[in-house]
Ligand binder design. Sequence first.
Ligand SMILES: Nc1ncnc2c1ncn2[C@@H]1O[C@H](COP(=O)(O)OP(=O)(O)OP(=O)(O)O)[C@@H](O)[C@H]1O
Length: 702
Amino acid sequence: MFQRLICNFELKLSSKRANILFRGPLKNNLCHQCGFRLYGQKAAVLRNCYNRTFPDRFGIYNLRLRYYTSQVDVQKKNDHIEKLKDQATLATSKKINAKLKPSEIKRLFGLAEPEKWTLTAAIGFLIVSSSVTMAVPFSLGKVLDIIYSSTSDLGAAREKLDALCLMLCGVFLVGGLCNFGRVYLMSISGQRMTQALRKQVYGAIMRQEAAWFGKTSTGELVNRLSADTQLVGRNLSQNVSDGLRSLFMVGAGTGMMFYMSPSLALIGLCVVPPVSVLAVIYGRFVRGITRQLQDSLAETSELAEEKISNIKTVKAFSKEQNECESYGQRIENVLKLAYKESLAVGSFYGLTGLSGNTIIILVLYYGGSMVATEQLSVGNLTSFLLYAAYVGISIGGLSSFYTELNKGMGAATRLWDIIDREPQIPVAGGLRPTERPKGEIILENIHFSYSSAPLIKGLDLQLLPGKSVALVGRSGCGKSTIASLILRLYDPEQGRVLLDGVDIKELDPLWLRSHVGYVSQEPVLFSGSIKDNILYGALDEYEVDDESLDKKKEPAWLSAARTAHLHELVVASADGWDRQVGARGGQLSGGQKQRVAIARAIVKNPKILILDEATSALDTYSEYLVDKALKEISRDRTVLTIAHRLSTIQSADEVAVLEKGVIVERGTYAELIAKKGGFFQELITHQTFAAKSRENRDMQNT
Ligand SMILES: Nc1ncnc2c1ncn2[C@@H]1O[C@H](COP(=O)(O)OP(=O)(O)OP(=O)(O)O)[C@@H](O)[C@H]1O
């Protein structure tokens, strides 16, 4: 069984064509993209380049090689790619496992800057509440000492006890209130930081150019937006609060231990250094595993999001069970990582708990001997024990703070990846001519590709103001891509797109797009009403138009809706223009969606109109009406119509045929149809043949 394999190589040329066979070895036979090394394929490579001409005698050329090979080779290549992926993951986790960088920590805490006053107040409350907690062991020791030392004078002891307990009640009440203040303030500032971060990340996502979305999964982005932001927000509030509390308690507890008995303190704290080392190792591990877990979760979310939003297709193919299984498999991966994390967390907490108890045992043992030799009072030993316990617990708290900090850093670096990314096509900025454009579009020697295979190869096309050009060609030849280039959703690799003689790269994309109306092949509506969806295409001033002071004047959105024949859609609905279209316009038919999309495109009165299969989902009558309307609104505009059904473009001023990345024919419909053996005629012949076969089939069926 042979399969086609594609690899990219560098060819080191030491002479022209004829000598390749002898003097032109591959510089290396590693594929640029996947790094797979091919053995014994030299002949295939050479055959592949034999008919190519190379501009230079000597040089290194990139060569894309397609050849048929055995299943084994394909499997080898796939295995190799998998291995590379694993290596990449390893490299990433290694990177993650590296030490926390001070600059990163600084940046993480910089996010808390807007909340500094709330956090300062919360820290104030924290100091008071923690001091109150730390007063407990001392007070308890005092109570015990009063009891033990005053056996002869019970009345005086009682008095002292009453006074002490009364004072403690007051202190604890203050402590409780401060604790409330600390938790409340930390919690609200955490929520606010999460929201601010979400806004920032969402803004950064929206800023990116269209090509980036092709490479990034939606599930991952949604995950970053929801889970990662929450993790970071919680880290900067709750975790910092708990960490500071632990730190305070460790500091104060240790101080009190030394105050009461320095020698006993040294014995008790000997477990601290090994626990700290363990905490650091554990923290790094957790940071890596958290990132892997989040990535894995993102993949799962991506799958679920895609399938749930296309549930009708899943059901139509009865794939519910398969989808459940494939989701189950992904979840299994998440579970495996979660097991690893749980094992690490369990071991760590077990060990820190054990070390806490070790402190207690050590203190009990040596402290007990000191009490026996009257070096320490019972009250002081009790206080000491409690301080030791507090310190033990707080060290656990500190390590958990460190763990959470690592998780937060993992999440934050994922967010910074997005926030710091500079889009290749800016959202705004550039020339904003004050005049409305005339609408002349020139595509000049355009080269473009989505992947390594070139799609547009030196295309030239001119669209004149007030004229309509119909772009036709085989499916997948790049017609919609031309529309995207005019809208500057992508930049050409070579060549220029000019609007009225100015390269659109110099124009403000906001200004450019405000003058281009676009109806895409698959119109996408957003949840909301019909009116909301039409107004989505309006410039701000048209929205104001809705509340027009001149009541006699029809708002722009309403006339756009009228032009797109949307009235019948609202007549039957009690909600009128406020009729909801559902998520992604799911409550409308394909044709209805298309008409809303047409209204949305024309509401801003654009100078250039791009209609990509704009009437493909309409029935013949609606198509007739909408076509008529489109013809009306096309007057005085530059129109680019992309159509499959060639009968629908007869009225275009000019037809351009796209084939293999260039315009191969241009002329009026009549001219091109008369051109014997031309590309357009071939397209027409194919379409007529297909239509006839359909007709015959229909007749046979009836
Ligand atoms: N975002 C993308 N990423 C990668 N490849 C893409 C992308 N969009 C389109 N392509 C590929 O580029 C080629 C041209 O696509 P395009 O949509 O421009 O063709 P088209 O001529 O409009 O096709 P059709 O007439 O079927 O709508 C196709 O092979 C398509 O698979």
